[in-house]
Design a protein around this ligand. Structure first.
Ligand code: ATP
Ligand code: MG
Length: 137
């Protein structure tokens, strides 16, 4: 089984949608094997999104991610990385397919409710940034 890293972002936690997002995740056959609600620090958010640091939206993205609590998660399942990206839907909710988390809940391309890893190596790095091995079960 594969693992992926997920974040339920501030726009979703602010609207009390943690359970609603988790219901979509579980209905898709992904298992939540680790989960915690945290307030990300500026440094954690900058490290997490370092790959985007030259993009024009980087500052806005980091301030959004630290603006309210997030729920960080490890999801496990068959092809979990690709499956979760399918369940999330397109980055811009205007382009997201029906039934996806972003179509259902996202507010905009920036405030788009969830993050999911895009490849096995990034999944490993992202999981290790937020979870110790013994927190995943
Ligand atoms: P994520 O990495 O969060 O799973 P993604 O892979 O679909 O989303 P990326 O291109 O990696 O999208 O962008 C990372 C995040 O940066 C997006 O989820 C979104 O919150 C933000 N973002 C991307 N494009 C824009 C934009 N044009 N304007 C504002 N924010 C953006
Ligand atoms: Mg991405």
């Amino acid at each position: 089984l594969e693992r992926t890293f997920s974040i339920i972002k501030p726009d979703a936690t602010n609207r009390n949608l943690t359970g609603a997002v988790n219901a979509v995740i579980e209905k898709a056959g992904l298992r939540i094997v680790a989960q915690k609600r945290i307030r990300m620090t500026q440094e954690q958010a900058e490290t997490f999104y370092a790959v985007h640091k030259e993009r024009p939206f980087f500052g806005e993205l980091v301030s959004f991610m630290v603006s309210a609590p997030v729920v960080v998660q490890v999801l496990e399942g068959e092809n979990a990385i690709a499956k979760y990206r399918e369940v999330m839907g397109a980055t811009n909710p205007a382009n997201a397919a029906d039934g996806t988390i972003r179509k259902l809940y996202a507010l905009s391309v920036g405030e788009n409710s969830v993050h999911g890893s895009d490849a096995p190596e990034t999944a490993r790095i992202e999981i290790a940034q937020f979870f110790a091995g013994n927190e995943i079960a």
